[in-house]
Design a protein around this ligand. Structure first.
Ligand code: GLN
Length: 261
């Protein structure tokens, strides 16, 4: 009888140990889908995220997310959607992280949690080189229409009323993507486009006749968004990101996509 009891106790201890390790905060149990790390993004933001020729995804965010997933023992899944939808997905728990060159600002901090920053973003102004309407940042105040991408800080800043440093909603057009905003500029439908510096460089390279004004519009921090209150996942992602910054892995990815000079 004593033997049976001892065996039973040992078995119970084993079951408890196993179930404890199963819910002990391993990353796999904190994510939307077991064993996967879902990243919501808008893959129209070169060189941070874009669709590859074969339909897969590439870019700085995609690769850094891949390295984070690897460290957490998870498989990265990229969920491509609109920019606003990508932010909503992480808030609603439909994705684990959102990475889309996302600028940390107060409004967003109220609705989601962010890791430490992994890159600096700069809002710049693209104009047509021969633009009669906008040749300097001061001209934005008199520009008839400013093109932006919906939901982005470029849109948010520009659409503030003039007394709060913006130009008023009536002077700002929000397009679905940065690329569409640039097409509108080329077609003469807007006088300039306010957008993040890195995609701006790519658009200017691809479209002769466009240039970027020297004066920066705003300097911001990019970070990874996690659902508000999911502190365990936030800590794990942040720790992995910190290690990847410290050992130079993030810089290596940045250098691969952004050639200095
Ligand atoms: N950095 C900008 C923002 O967070 C734009 C990001 C984007 O267009 N993907 O609003």
């Amino acid at each position: 009888m004593k033997k049976i009891l001892t065996a039973l106790l040992a078995l119970m201890a084993l079951v408890m140990a196993l179930s404890l390790s199963a819910c002990g905060g391993g990353s796999g149990d904190l994510t939307v889908e077991k064993g996967k790390l879902h990243m919501s993004t808008n893959a129209e933001f070169p060189p941070y995220e874009m669709v590859k020729g074969d339909g897969g995804f590439e870019g700085i965010d995609v690769e850094v997310a891949g390295l984070i997933a690897e460290k957490l023992g998870l498989e990265l899944v990229v969920d491509d959607m609109g920019f606003t939808a990508a932010l909503e997905a992480v808030q609603n728990g439909r994705s684990d992280i959102a990475m889309a060159g996302i600028t940390v600002n107060e409004d967003r901090l109220a609705n989601m949690d962010f890791t430490d920053s992994y890159a600096t973003g700069v809002q710049v102004v693209i104009i047509k080189a021969d633009s009669p309407a906008v040749q300097s940042i001061d001209d934005l105040a008199s520009a008839a229409l400013i093109g932006t991408q919906e939901g982005t800080t470029g849109y948010i800043y520009c659409s503030y009323p003039p007394e709060e440093g913006g130009y008023g909603e009536d002077h700002v057009v929000a397009y679905e993507t940065g690329a569409v905003a640039v097409q509108a500029l080329l077609a003469g439908q807007v006088d300039c486009v306010v957008i993040d510096n890195q995609p701006a460089q790519e658009y200017v390279k691809a479209n002769p006749g466009l240039e970027i004004l020297d004066t920066e519009f705003a300097v911001e921090d990019y970070a990874i968004a996690v659902k508000k209150g999911n502190t365990q996942l936030l800590e794990q992602v942040n720790k992995a990101l910190g290690e990847l910054i410290a050992d130079g892995s993030v810089q290596k990815v940045v250098d691969k996509y952004i050639t200095a000079g």
